[in-house]
Design a protein around this ligand. Sequence first.
Ligand code: FMN
Length: 217
Amino acid sequence: MNDEIDIAAIGEDVPLLAGIRTTRSLRRLEKDPVPKALIRKVCEAGTFAPSGGNRQPWFFVAVTEPERKTWIADRYRPLFHQYIAPAVEAARDPAYSDSQRKNMQAAIHLADHLHEAPVILFVAGWTRAGRPQLQALMPAIQNILLACRAVGLGACLTQIHLAVGREIDQYLGLPENCPSCAMIPIGWPKGRYAKPSRRSVDESLFWEKAEGIPTKK
Ligand SMILES: Cc1cc2nc3c(=O)[nH]c(=O)nc-3n(C[C@H](O)[C@H](O)[C@H](O)COP(=O)(O)O)c2cc1C
């Protein structure tokens, strides 16, 4: 893929609900560059999200330079390995589910190869009362993930970097009143979009009154 592709047309033919049902995290990415116009297109999808009072709190920082991606990856990798260590231990149990194991392996792969992602996109937003507003950015973030699905780009919502958020935000030029809330590595996927593993909606949907919701697993 290169800049000659028709950016305006790409992804416009994916039916909305079919796209939603087949959007999953794609963390194994090719190293080939992604046209900047396509990153602009998925960020534009983000800007069509709803926001409180239509304040549109979002800002996007797309990192593509190798040394800048390496700097970010060098911070994400140790944090992620620390976070995933208990799951790695738990996965030694043969009873650990295959889909969980695959998900974990893909997440570890991302942590070890983050510097190779063509684009590391940060979604930041204005604080309210001095607090980051993740909830205000989530609709925009989901729109970006769906737009990536539509145009065929692999993407995954991540947040582990928040443990060193201020350090990364300073590196990205983000002021204190506009912290990053999500980091989305983006690139052409090695895998395919497909229906993700989910429990049936019938286990979650109630009419008039909820009944028998299990205690947290
Ligand atoms: C708030 C939030 C934070 C997440 N943080 C990370 C992360 O730091 N690293 C990662 O690899 N995946 C992260 N994920 C992705 C989830 O692990 C993933 O969505 C989940 O395992 C389901 O897999 P699927 O998206 O392929 O269906 C995050 C997802 C959400 C919603």
